[in-house]
Design a protein around this ligand. Structure first.
Ligand SMILES: [Zn+2]
Length: 281
């Protein structure tokens, strides 16, 4: 009797499992981490001809992805050392003041993840507000475009606006150096996509969230929603024409695949997104 009851129960459970399959593998969740703020005197430096002379606050984020095969971090924000400067760090001749209210190391700790737990690591590009804490992740495989790798570790890193000290310790990391797109976990749920223009090997990340669906993490492909809508690229980009072509290519991709664009530096858009230690699914 007991065994028959168990058998019926097992059959019922199997049926229930068929009706509502438990997701196996893939991306479980993503933490959107506040990784500083950059206050600027004139936003039109990033949006030529638009909002000339207007001050602006750019948000800055890091993204921690929990995949069945391990943790992946995308971008590392402003340097944690700026947290010791409550009045911020003034740069670009006073045009930008950079803040880091809560160090990335502290945010990770709050989530319960140590830097050494993160085995997969990529940055959109190597500018200081994305590579500020890169040196924390020497134990991870680095996913990077060949052109960015060459610029970062070549003799003229500063020519590209990079501060080599930010990421110098990644030199010996295992690296997946690619030209184009790369499927990080081999299941299509986390894709690095080449998006050059802002820097020689700039890239974006497409993450297939279990409930939200596919989300593209912008890096600096565009800085603001209106840059995306109206196809605006800063004149200081490595290649402005290539930046425009990248916007066109990614708009086409996003439309065809129903992918949302989450813009790292758009404070207004990010106000609507759940932040760590909560997560998005
Ligand atoms: Zn940048």
């Amino acid at each position: 009797m007991q065994s028959m009851k168990t058998g019926v129960l097992a059959a019922a459970l199997a049926l229930a499992a068929c009706a509502t399959p438990t997701p196996q593998g893939g991306v479980d969740r993503m933490y959107v981490i506040n990784c500083g703020e950059n206050h600027v005197k004139d936003v039109s430096r990033w949006t030529p001809g638009v909002n000339v002379g207007k001050p602006h606050v750019f948000s800055n984020h890091c993204y921690l992805i929990k995949h069945a095969k391990g943790w992946m971090l995308w971008d590392t924000g402003n340097a944690d050392r700026l947290a010791a400067m409550p009045n911020g760090f003034s740069t670009a001749g006073g045009a930008i003041t950079a803040y880091m209210k809560k160090p990335l190391a502290e945010s990770l700790k709050e989530i319960g993840v140590a830097p050494a737990d993160i085995k997969h690591f990529a940055m959109s590009h190597a500018h200081g507000d994305h590579s500020g804490n890169a040196n924390l992740f020497t134990g991870a495989t680095l996913y990077i475009q060949r052109a960015e790798y060459a610029a970062m570790f070549g003799p003229e890193a500063q020519k590209f606006g990079f501060i080599a000290a930010n990421y110098e310790q990644l030199r010996n990391n295992p690296a997946m150096i690619v030209d184009g797109d790369y499927d990080v976990f081999g299941d299509g749920t986390v894709m690095v996509k080449a998006a050059p223009g802002h820097t020689p090997g700039h890239q974006v990340l497409v993450v297939r969230l279990p409930k939200t669906g596919p989300v593209m993490l912008s890096g600096d492909m565009v800085h603001l929603q209106y840059s995306w809508n109206y196809r605006i690229a800063p004149s200081f980009n490595f290649d402005v024409q290539q930046s425009m072509r990248t916007i066109d290519t990614m708009k086409d991709y996003a439309q065809k695949t129903n992918t949302q664009l989450w813009i790292n530096h758009d404070l207004e858009q990010n106000a609507k997104i759940q932040k760590a230690p909560q997560w998005v699914q």
